[in-house]
Design a protein. Structure first.
Length: 201
């Protein structure tokens, strides 16, 4: 096989995996993790069940890959944001808006929590999930550190602030689950205000 064909096959494989993971997320948003089945995911992706098994061995493996994709993508977003020009408040506001505007973002939080707590998750997988979560706090902490230097964000441990921010956002997006949505507007500006320095309020 030529290098060009190998690269094309790899790209096709990556696109198909993304197609399956996108379908899994949509199915999960409607049926939940427990009720979602391989047949549902295949139907949503418009491919055969056999084709699903060509890429994944189980529903659990699909959701594990979906969670990893979300964690890696979020980590890349925050790292790029931390490296951008602009104030810490601007960066935190941009991140908050992106988080609240994302479709079905609550599914990622449910996946994260359930995977870390499930007895079906191996110790190695649980450690990897927690490791990615912790690593993603680092660039966010850098934004808080910048804000403390600028005098616009509250004094304190930047990593601790990052943990509070993520936990705050996760709690908010869980109120957006269809069927139990709380009719209260979620505003990024309000989120950021809780972390602003009292000197700038």
């Amino acid at each position: 096989m030529s290098p060009r064909n190998a690269e094309r096959d790899l790209q096709m494989r990556e696109r198909r995996i993304d197609q399956i993971l996108d379908a899994a997320r949509e199915v999960m948003a409607v049926k939940g993790i427990g009720s979602a089945g391989i047949n549902d995911i295949a139907a949503e992706a418009k491919i055969s069940i056999g084709n699903i098994y060509h890429y994944f061995t189980s529903k659990e493996e699909i959701f594990s890959a979906l969670l990893k994709r979300g964690q890696v993508g979020y980590g890349k977003l925050v790292a790029e944001l931390a490296a951008e020009n602009g104030t810490a408040v601007e960066k935190l506001l941009k991140l908050s808006k992106a988080w609240l505007a994302a479709d079905n973002v609550w599914t990622q939080t449910i996946l994260l929590v359930s995977s870390r707590m499930s007895e079906l998750t191996s110790p190695e997988e649980r450690e990897a999930i927690t490791g990615r979560f912790a690593a993603n706090l680092t660039p966010l902490a850098a934004i808080f550190e910048q804000g403390i230097r600028e005098g616009t964000l509250r004094d304190g441990d930047p990593l601790e602030h990052a943990m509070y921010f993520v936990s705050f956002m996760q709690g908010l997006v869980l109120q957006q689950v269809p069927g139990i949505r709380v009719p209260v507007a979620l505003r990024a500006e309000r989120v950021v205000s809780y972390f602003r320095s009292e000197k700038t309020e």
